[in-house]
Ligand binder design. Structure first.
Ligand code: NAX
Length: 333
């Protein structure tokens, strides 16, 4: 039998946590043959709710992967002990009337301290996925304060946006979403993100076709398509009165699974990763790029053509991330 993998979920008593932990327990993230030990962290205010989640997991006999155990705690050190994969969902939400700087400051202090706990107590080569907003900048702070975790191991979630873009194309063309591939989310997980279909394709009965050619409506692709993907999170809040949870949880599983198991040949996905200056994106930002994964490592897809329209979109979202970075650093002093 395989050795169990320790998976940390922070904010596990929250909405996304409640959708995510059963998925992990059922093998959606790492496969049905991979035993998992779940480490669930939340704050003292949510301790009772967290314990309730633990009770539900334990009473669900189908959760065979959980037999080795569930850790539910409000102690960040206990939560981080020996973790191989950390999914950081806990954070401070923006509340009505709060300044951007105040929200940033709360999250900077959370991610600074959780970085230190992971740095000291996680397993060597721990992979980190930050989901909590501002996801890219929280990941950057985590990277800064966990210097012994390789920067290649720290990422943020833009796979939900990627999946939303695939979904929009599949609806528009009335094709299976699994036949659509190679959309790209560039930049920030915010409304400045750039969902790009320039290189996206659809599998058809007569071979692979470009999405641009099949849709044949640049006004839609450069307009409504982009804004729908950018605004999808807000639309779901409006409809559901809560933010997206099941799609966020399922995308987090997609992100980790592809990272660990590898992306299929000829397919790339979007991940927020530490920029090395590819595509003239400033180095030192956590920015969403097209990546392929192999042997547990991602690499940025190189050599894609970027037209003028795309260039300005890539730059705009980079600018926002540079501003967020400056704001985050101003909270540290
Ligand atoms: P909830 O408010 O339901 O849950 C958050 C949980 O985090 C709460 O239980 C809270 O007690 C806990 N928490 C707060 N501070 C903590 C700390 N220091 N340590 C551990 N736990 C802590 O929010 P939910 O809807 O689950 O969303 C979680 C985060 O995901 C939010 O920041 C949200 O903005 C972000 N999202 C990111 C997405 C992405 O694609 N990157 C999409 C979905 C989601 O909006």
């Amino acid at each position: 039998a395989k050795d169990p993998v320790h998976v940390l979920v922070t904010g596990a008593a929250g909405q996304i946590g409640y959708a995510l932990v059963p998925m992990i327990a059922r093998g959606v993230m790492l496969g049905a043959d991979q035993p998992v030990i779940l480490h669930m962290l939340d704050i003292p205010l949510a301790a009772e709710a967290l314990n309730g989640v633990k009770m539900e997991l334990i009473s669900n006999n189908q959760n065979i992967l959980l037999r080795p155990g569930v850790v539910a705690t409000t102690d960040v050190v206990e939560a981080c002990l020996g973790v191989n994969i950390a999914v950081m969902v806990g954070g401070f939400p923006r509340k009505e009337g709060m300044e951007r700087k105040d929200v940033m400051s709360k999250n900077v202090s959370i991610y600074k301290s959780q970085a230190s706990a992971l740095e000291s107590h996680a397993a060597a080569n721990c992979k980190v996925l930050v989901v909590a907003n501002p996801a890219n900048t929280n990941a950057l702070i985590l990277k800064e304060f966990a210097p012994s975790i390789p920067e290649k191991n720290i990422s943020c979630l833009t796979r939900l946006d990627h999946n939303r873009a695939l979904g929009q194309v599949s609806e528009r063309l009335s094709v299976q979403v699994s036949d659509v591939k190679n959309v790209i989310i560039w930049g920030n997980h915010s409304s400045t993100q750039y969902p790009d279909v320039t290189h996206a394709t659809v599998k058809t009965s007569v071979g692979k076709k470009a999405v641009k050619e099949l849709v044949a409506d640049d006004a839609w692709l450069n307009g409504e398509f982009i804004s729908t993907v950018q605004q999808r999170g807000a639309a779901i809040i409006k409809a559901r009165k809560f933010s997206s949870a099941l799609s966020a949880a399922s995308s987090a599983c997609d992100h980790i699974r592809d990272w660990v198991v590898g992306t299929p040949e000829g397919t790339w996905v979007s991940m927020g990763v530490y920029s090395d200056g590819s595509y003239d994106v400033p180095a030192g930002l956590i920015y969403s790029f097209p990546v392929t994964c192999k042997n547990g490592e991602w690499s940025i897809v190189q050599g894609l053509s970027i037209d003028e329209f795309s260039r300005s979109k890539l730059d705009k979202t980079a600018e926002e991330l540079s501003e967020e970075k400056a704001l985050a650093y101003s909270c540290l002093v």
